[in-house]
Design a protein around this ligand. Sequence first.
Ligand SMILES: Nc1ncnc2c1ncn2[C@@H]1O[C@H](COP(=O)(O)OP(=O)(O)OP(=O)(O)O)[C@@H](O)[C@H]1O
Ligand SMILES: [Mg+2]
Length: 286
Amino acid sequence: MGLYRPFAELQNMTTSESQLISRDDRQTVGEQFVEDARMTCRDVNVFYGEKQAVQNVSIDIGRHEVLAMIGPSGCGKSTFLRCLNRMNDTIDICRVTGEITLDGNNIYDKNIDIVSLRALIGMVFQKPNPFPKSIYDNIAYGPTIHGLTDSNSELDAIVESSLVKAGLWDEVKDRLDQPGTGLSGGQQQRLCIARAIAVEPEVILMDEPCSALDPIATAKVEELIAELRRQYTIVIVTHNMQQAARVSQRTAYFHLGDLIEVGYTDKLFTTPRHQLTEDYITGRFG
Ligand SMILES: Nc1ncnc2c1ncn2[C@@H]1O[C@H](COP(=O)(O)OP(=O)(O)OP(=O)(O)O)[C@@H](O)[C@H]1O
Ligand SMILES: [Mg+2]
């Protein structure tokens, strides 16, 4: 992979031992690659019409890890996240180049069935968006259309286990026939997570999943993310650096469409390698 400079020496240095990499250098530094990658992204570029929103991003997403993506507003976090399950296909003017794989398979291959891909790589959005259906049907809908079961008792079991995994079962088990939209915001977000889980995903993408929630509901979703990591790979976009520090193992810092730095979360927040990362985490750049 001739494109990448050897950063091995830098990886063993702390900021105090090394000069911070200058603002002008936009090549990604840090631990962007992992041994046990679930997804790989190489030289990913995203354009909206003529305008480029993401430049040459290469990063791995490891098995059973939570990867946090942070950076100033408009730096391309959501755009890049949407590349990971081809959600950008729904935007007419959007064009993606480069290669993204899940378990070694190119997800942009023309033979890929996009509906199945989006079940395998599920997504949870900023604003909870339950279907205008009952709590039960919110969960049962996906497994039914994906043909995961044709038995009612199996469907009941999937609904229950998805709600249990999303930490919501005890709160809703007596009102499964009531509308999902009648739940509190935090409960609705956990319902959306349960809905993603119900179709047996491998990866769950979350775009600022707690930004519409109060601190207690946020804490519940964060606990849930920690729990879900045992079974799933999770990528979370967040504006809250404390949240990134609490839930993730690695953090990726984006700036104006460039992936500037990726590092083990505790290291990135204490000893960033790049000047731009340091400026952002110390609040000098918003
Ligand atoms: N549908 C779209 N059409 C055209 N340009 C877009 C579209 N969506 C995003 N962009 C542009 O792409 C760039 C990256 O936007 P994106 O939403 O990915 O940023 P972000 O890092 O998620 O920001 P925020 O933190 O505010 O959510 C911005 O310049 C934005 O204006
Ligand atoms: Mg965004």
